[in-house]
Design a binder for this molecule. Sequence first.
Ligand code: PMP
Ligand code: GLN
Length: 379
Amino acid sequence: MKSKLPNLSTSIFSQMTGLANRYQAINLSQGFPEFDAPELLKKQLAHYSEQGCNQYAPSSGVAELQAQIAALIERKYEHVVDPASSITVTSGATEALFVAIQAITQVGDEVIIFDPAYDSYKPAIELAGGKAVHITLRSPNFRIDWQQVNLAINEKTRAIIINTPHNPTAKIMTAQDVAMLKALLVKHDLLLISDEVYEHITFDGHIHFSALKDKDIFSRSFIISSFGKTFHCTGWKMGYCVAPHDLAEEFRKVHQYVTFSSFTPAQLALADMLKEQSAHLDELADFYQQKRNILVNALKGSRFEVLTSEGTYFLLLDYSAISDLNDIAFCEYLVKEVGVAAIPLSVFYDSPPEDRIIRLCFAKHTETLINAAHKLCEL
Ligand code: PMP
Ligand code: GLN
């Protein structure tokens, strides 16, 4: 059979977690929290299932959850959205990204993405018959050259995908970035897919820009978030997309034939969680900033150069002073010989630069972070 995605193999996250398990290494590779989901969330999940809420939810989501998401958006971004027509609950941010891309990409369309880019964007664009146009960001600051973006836009360009706070670089878009982005979207009449799954995880006073904050940007945007990151439940695969009515309508046409609807008891449990324990979200940034500091401090005696993490639960390390291996070989060495699993940065690029950088996930218990750092300090 002729492959539709001939250049793809198993995702790096599955590969590295597989290796971490095989070699019993400390797994700081795939991004997922080591902590359990909040008690209330687990209790309510069981409760609603026992109450018999086990059949299909409405395709766009359970009304209670849509309402709670709208309340959160109003509280955090001072933006009032109509929950029924703008918010669609999805099976993780991955589904939302896939659906948004399918909904807007015609055969031959170009979609601009910034490398290093989260791994699901490009295959989703290609499955829609589109072409991913890569803008490469350079270490250590990974800042966007908007002049370069402007030059990459032509009559085939349909959309730009941004991700802030950014996986894997842990950088946050600045107010200046947002102004440049807005100018380009308006000038060239483009759509925006804004991947904001780490919206609650920002450090050192960095302010998260949400496309929900600006009416002109929102009018042409799909804003995507994930409950997995915020409530330590990545295995539930629950997320959502917020869009203006006309775009939400197109999104829903695709969503109804990808999954139709998402897990009903989880939707009801998440609605209760948002209603009763919204403080969890307000405390998340401090919680992860402490984790980041623990790891950064524990690595102080090492030969790694630590790059600044402004948000997300990731940290980049430059190992140029330690080894000449390329980053994939270095990660294999780390997992097999040192006992720590990490992700090589090059896999997030179409044309990888010659950097020697790896990504660590610090959504782990203090003991895990200290043990991993201890091993890394010996290199
Ligand atoms: N976008 C980014 C940038 C991510 O890091 C992730 C997951 N790590 C996702 C999307 C997918 O989120 P979900 O697990 O909810 O599908
Ligand atoms: N997004 C997570 C990461 O960056 C992994 C998600 C996945 O395993 N597909 O590590």
